[in-house]
Design a binder for this molecule. Structure first.
Ligand code: ADE
Ligand code: ZN
Length: 349
């Protein structure tokens, strides 16, 4: 482990903001700010069941995952044209740039859109164009991960995969999201097997609200490379040991967990326990427009609530770069930049 010199606690927030990092768990539809939802609704002539931006924001009082998803899918209904998908992703990339994100792997939910008559081509073309521009104009390396909605059937997931295959070169992997409890990973074993044959990267939400058993089956049956959330693994010591030994990355989203009442108080979040057990933990934003903060807000608030250290900052940023699906040569370049950032802060301390 790279030993870092601690920086003064009043300079730690600045270091957290400055350090290069990868965002590995962001649902791009979850970056739609209320202002953009209203602007797109007007542009596309879509009626919204809320009178104003303020009324919509006031509805963001969630009690669990499902209470959030109902509003999240309603928000996504304003997306119709290729330019809408571009604009949404571009707005995210501008925020990511300000947060010193050097690598972003964006989840998208095509079934939410194709069910409304929007074509797969429209969705993927708009998002991919924004990813390309993020690279050329902002220096952010970005790729797409197509998520299957787990409350729908495996047949529906297969049909979605078929629709996406003409655009196989425009996304790097598949994931599994939406309502977790009652929809275990094993429901999708066959479609994940097919995606594996196609050479796609594999990830899945597991252990956000659901039991440790869902994390075991995501690993053993879906053969995923990362677990999204995974915070419920702390309830199973054997699982913790395996995750640590195999260095399976967990893409943890602290503000999401707080807002969806998984850990109603951030001070009670188990991220420090996961880190101390040697797991490959990363910090991410999930649905930043709904949960009150982008990736740096997640870092800053979690560090304040859990009294995390400069060493933890290094570990979390380093984990994120290494857990990304970017080529190793790129990862090495970012790790070098990370070292330089830490050295700059120590020198001036
Ligand atoms: N889709 C968007 N955000 C999600 C989350 N936190 N869990 C499951 N599905 C989601
Ligand atoms: Zn998520």
């Amino acid at each position: 482990m790279f030993k870092v010199h601690p920086v003064a606690s009043d300079r730690l927030p600045q270091l957290l903001r400055a350090m290069p990092k990868a965002e590995l768990h962001i649902h791009i539809e979850g970056s739609l700010e209320p202002e953009m939802i209203f602007a797109l609704a007007q542009r596309n002539g879509v009626a919204l069941p809320y009178a104003s931006v303020e009324a919509l924001r006031a509805a963001y009082a969630f009690t669990d995952l499902q209470s959030f998803l109902d509003i999240y899918y309603a928000g996504a209904s304003v997306l119709l044209k290729e330019q809408d998908f571009y604009d949404m992703a571009w707005a995210y990339f501008e925020k990511a740039k300000a947060d010193n994100v050097v690598r972003a792997e964006l989840f998208f939910d095509p079934q939410t859109h194709t069910a409304r008559g929007v074509s797969m081509e429209t969705v993927i073309t708009g998002l991919r164009r924004a990813c390309t521009d993020a690279g050329t104009k902002l220096g952010i390396s970005a790729d797409l991960i197509l998520c299957f909605l787990r409350h729908l059937s495996e047949d529906d997931a297969f049909a979605t995969l078929e629709q996406a295959l003409p655009f196989r070169d425009r996304f790097i992997g598949v994931g599994l999201d939406s309502s977790e409890v009652g929809h275990p990973p094993e429901k999708f074993t066959r479609v994940f097997g097919r995606c594996r044959e196609l050479g796609l990267h594999l990830v899945a939400h597991a252990g956000e609200e659901g039991p440790p058993a869902y994390i075991w089956s995501a690993l053993d049956l879906l053969k995923v490379q990362r677990i999204d959330h995974g915070v419920q693994s702390a309830r199973d010591p054997a699982l913790m040991a395996r995750l640590a030994k195999e260095r399976i990355p967990l893409t943890v989203c602290p503000l999401s967990n707080q807002k969806l009442c998984v850990f109603p108080d951030l001070k009670d979040h188990n991220l420090r326990q996961l880190l101390d057990a040697g797991l490959c933990v990363t910090i991410n934003s999930d649905d930043p427009a709904y949960f009150g903060g982008y990736i740096n807000d997640n870092f800053l608030q979690t560090f304040a609530a859990l009294h995390l250290s400069t060493q933890d900052a290094w570990t979390l940023a380093h984990n994120s770069l290494q857990a990304s699906f970017a080529p190793e040569s790129e990862q090495r370049r970012w790790v070098h930049a990370l070292k330089e950032t830490f050295e700059r802060f120590v020198e001036h301390d």
